[in-house]
Design a protein around this ligand. Structure first.
Ligand SMILES: Cc1cc2nc3c(=O)[nH]c(=O)nc-3n(C[C@H](O)[C@H](O)[C@H](O)COP(=O)(O)OP(=O)(O)OC[C@H]3O[C@@H](n4cnc5c(N)ncnc54)[C@H](O)[C@@H]3O)c2cc1C
Length: 414
């Protein structure tokens, strides 16, 4: 964790009688949910601050592949329900933000790709899955002719489609919002959280006491412990682990899903590391299987899968690493994976789980509605409540945290 403000600074603030801060709304957690909400609340004139204990996006947002899903998963299953209807509008909603015409100006965000590819291995079931994918999407996938395949898909014998699912760079999104709101961000750790006097009192490690009319917990995996601290039910949250794979040594970018058995088997996205190397992040069903295996076995499985899914991929020349990630979601009473964002309202405390980065704008809409009814007070403030606080940095993506990469596992039996 980055260091908190020096104790001497806090003592000085106390001596000035500034150890208590008042805001309309205090957000805890600076991932995609907290940062988009901060932007929208600030635009609406609320006095709002955000406390982050580590680095912005540390956890899911920085580990995400950044795909703005348009409902492929539901389309593959031929499902048309509330979740599929909600998610199919998300690519256009994000596109407006990237153009600077949406609810939040994200025109400075780096877009890794405008589209994702969808391809299958040769099995009949994956082909059926692909055909089913045309059903429930806002914009239909288009067939790509073989001469237009991107270099990474050369040699694929099954069908290749392209679909409107943009891929954003999560770090640049966080940076864009951090630059706009640095005087509303505090690097600090919450040590107590209590509802009292028609509001919430939050005490932090740096010695500050915050008074807020409403508090929004947007802390991802941290929501459970924060709810316990506030005396709320921590079982409202479920944690779903994944083991993601990363490879270096590829020469061309790829963004898309290889479908097998009617679901995304390998989801591959690409990013450039700070040393200029291209890195592929690989998730999908592989990441769900990988969490039940050792990192080395996951790499073996990934190598074997890439040989099948991408015949021209130089698998033996790649370098490999894995990282474990934890999806934090609202727990479903039946133990199923939720499809839509989760929101709990407990008095003056709201707890938010977007379920997907792509769905965060929908969650923010719901939060804004809750926060405006009944409207929270808007006292006039003159100075920034975090002027004497350290600002949290933006988290580094997982490939920047790897010390040593493994060499290619040898080819096993086909
Ligand atoms: C490997 C992986 C890949 C994914 N890929 C995609 C994708 O391609 N597309 C998609 O739509 N979704 C994807 N998701 C899901 C998406 O990343 C999450 O739904 C979303 O990022 C959650 O955002 P959040 O802001 O709620 O939480 P987080 O991103 O987890 O942020 C929580 C923040 O709160 C901070 N925090 C925690 N506890 C405290 C505390 N006590 N005090 C202060 N701060 C605290 C953390 O440090 C962190 O900065 C992926 C998830 C994973 C794990």
């Amino acid at each position: 964790m980055p260091s908190l403000p020096h104790h001497a600074d806090v003592t000085a603030a106390r001596q000035l009688g500034e150890s208590t801060r008042e805001v309309d709304i205090l957000i805890i957690g600076g991932g995609v949910t907290g940062m988009l909400l901060l932007d929208r609340l600030h635009q609406q004139g609320y006095q709002v601050c955000l406390i982050e204990r580590n680095a912005l996006g540390h956890g899911q947002t920085i580990q995400a592949q950044g795909i703005i899903h348009g409902g492929l998963k539901y389309a593959l299953g031929g499902r048309a329900n509330a979740a599929s209807r909600a998610i199919r509008d998300m690519p256009n909603r994000w596109r407006a933000m990237f153009d600077g015409t949406g609810d939040t100006d994200l025109s400075a965000v780096a877009i890794r790709s405008d589209n994702c590819y969808l391809w299958s291995t040769r099995s009949a079931s994956s082909l059926l899955g692909l055909l089913g994918a045309r059903l429930a999407l806002r914009s239909r996938p288009k067939r790509v002719s073989a001469e237009d395949y991107p270099p990474a898909l050369q040699g694929v014998t099954g069908p290749v489609l392209t679909m409107h699912e943009p891929v954003l760079d999560p770090q640049s999104m966080l940076q864009c919002l951090a630059d706009r709101h640095h005087d509303r961000l505090a690097l600090d750790e919450v040590i107590a959280l209590e509802q009292k006097d028609a509001g919430v009192t939050v005490t932090t490690q740096s010695g500050l006491t915050w008074r807020a009319a409403r508090v929004v917990l947007a802390a991802g995996q941290g929501n459970g412990p924060l709810r316990s601290m506030a005396g709320l039910d921590a079982t409202a949250q479920q944690i779903r682990p994944l083991r993601m794979v990363m490879v270096r040594g590829v020469s061309t970018p790829l963004h898309g899903h290889c479908v097998r058995g009617g679901k995304p088997w390998l989801t591959i996205t690409s990013a450039e590391a700070t040393d200029g190397e291209l890195v592929w992040q690989i998730g999908g069903d592989l990441a769900e299987q990988g969490v039940k295996m050792t990192p080395q076995d996951t790499i073996e499985l990934a190598a074997k899968s890439l040989r099948t899914a991408l015949p021209s991929c130089p698998v033996d020349a790649l370098q490999w690493a894995t990282y474990e990630a934890h999806r934090a979601e609202q727990s479903d009473e039946d133990g199923y994976r939720p499809d839509l964002p989760g929101l709990r309202e407990d008095g003056c405390i709201l707890t938010a789980w977007p379920t997907k980065l792509a769905l965060a704008p929908l969650l923010v809409d719901e939060l804004l509605e809750k926060l405006s009814s009944p409207p929270v007070p808007r006292p006039s403030h003159t100075s920034s409540p975090v002027a004497d606080q350290a600002t949290p940095p933006v988290a580094q993506p997982p490939w920047e945290e790897i010390d040593s990469w493994s060499t290619a596992p040898s080819a096993g039996p086909a």
